[in-house]
Design a binder for this molecule. Structure first.
Ligand code: FA5
Length: 332
């Protein structure tokens, strides 16, 4: 009888190991422990045994049941874990998956414009520098040859920040303060461009925004002349817009450059677009940052990116560029 029990256990353990799902395991469980099972039949036959033999068989039966139940429990645990894993796999949502009908996100038109411009200037040998958007009076105005009460401060309507001395902290009105920071921290030669966001207290209209973007260019080295400025602007114009485009300079006034000019871009159809301001760095500015104007000279120019992007892509109103209307954003 003990041999029968051992065979039942071996056979049972083999079946338990082979089942592939919880339902089949439940069936094996019923076969091994149900009323009609081989073990139940042996148990029923124990009545007719001698007491000593009955004890030995009883013990063997208990051990057999314990082993089989443990094997079933272990198998149930592993099948349940497989099932859980399978369910998690089936229900997994791939958040990076792109549906054919959807378009992936992309950089905003202004950011694309900024990156393209940076590429063009880096290709011409310039480095890219950045500065803070919250500025002090020194960097935004005074060091740029715009001392307190200078009438030209009114050329840029300023947002003041309620910090420090009244009137001392501003949202930068242009990217020119980055020129000052660069010259204060670097010994010439300097060949850099400085893109970024700027702020002016203006009512938005088709050609003006209160928050817009500029890119500044600064060169300081020995023997830099106005001819270098004009040729750099022309080289950049052709590199960015294409060979059919050219540039011109018109006399203008900025306190931080002398002489100063506005520069315009000529489109292939012969029309002109006013792009920005430029000039030779005013010797007063060089002195303000501790650079000797007898030893070094430089030029600077700065222009608006939003207007440039609008022109290039035929956007009629700058306010569209600042909007979050997805129908507009998706076009670029
Ligand atoms: C300046 O901001 C000077 N810092 C530029 C400069 C740099 C001159 C270096 C000389 C040397 P201006 O205020 O003209 O200049 O602004 C330059 C450009 O910014 C404009 O030509 C225009 O393209 C853009 N711009 C100015 N105001 C706005 C506005 N409200 N909305 C959108 N673009 C603007």
């Amino acid at each position: 009888m003990t041999d029968d029990i051992a065979r039942i256990v071996d056979d049972g353990i083999g079946r338990i190991a082979r089942v592939g799902d919880l339902d089949s395991l439940a069936e094996v469980d019923r076969d091994l422990f149900g009323k009609q099972s081989a073990l139940a039949t042996i148990k029923a036959g124990m009545r007719d045994l001698e007491p000593a033999e009955r004890k030995a068989i009883g013990q063997a039966l208990n051990e057999a049941q314990t082993r089989l139940r443990a094997a079933i429990a272990e198998r149930r645990e592993s099948l349940s874990a497989d099932l859980r894993r399978q369910r998690l796999d089936d229900e997994r949502i791939d958040l990076t998956e792109l549906r054919p009908a959807q378009r992936p996100g992309h950089l905003h038109l202004v950011t694309q414009t900024m990156e393209r411009l940076e590429d063009v200037f880096v290709g011409m040998g310039f480095t890219v520098a950045e500065g803070p958007e919250v500025e002090d009076d020194w960097h935004n105005f005074t060091a740029l040859n715009l001392p307190a009460h200078h009438p030209a401060r009114d050329m840029q309507d300023t947002f003041f920040v309620d910090l420090g001395e009244p009137g001392d902290v501003v949202m930068r009105t242009h990217t020119s303060p980055v020129q000052i920071r660069l010259m204060e921290s670097t010994t010439p030669p300097i060949y850099s461009v400085m893109p970024g966001r700027v702020y002016r207290q203006e009512t938005a209209d088709a050609t003006h925004l209160a928050v817009f973007h500029q890119i500044e260019c600064l060169v300081v080295d020995e023997g830099i002349s106005f001819a270098n400025l004009a040729s750099t602007i022309d080289t950049f114009t052709k590199a960015y817009f294409g060979d059919g485009f050219s540039s011109r300079l018109r006399p203008s006034y900025f306190p931080f450059t002398e002489p100063s000019a506005e520069f315009d871009i000529r489109r292939p159809d012969g029309s002109w677009l006013e792009l920005g301001g430029c000039g030779m760095v005013n010797p007063n500015v060089l002195r303000n940052v501790g650079i000797d104007p007898e030893e070094y000279s430089g030029f600077a120019f700065g222009f608006g990116l939003d207007r440039l992007a609008a022109m290039r892509h035929g956007v009629p109103d700058l306010r569209q560029i600042a909007s979050v209307d997805i129908r507009f954003v998706r076009q670029f």
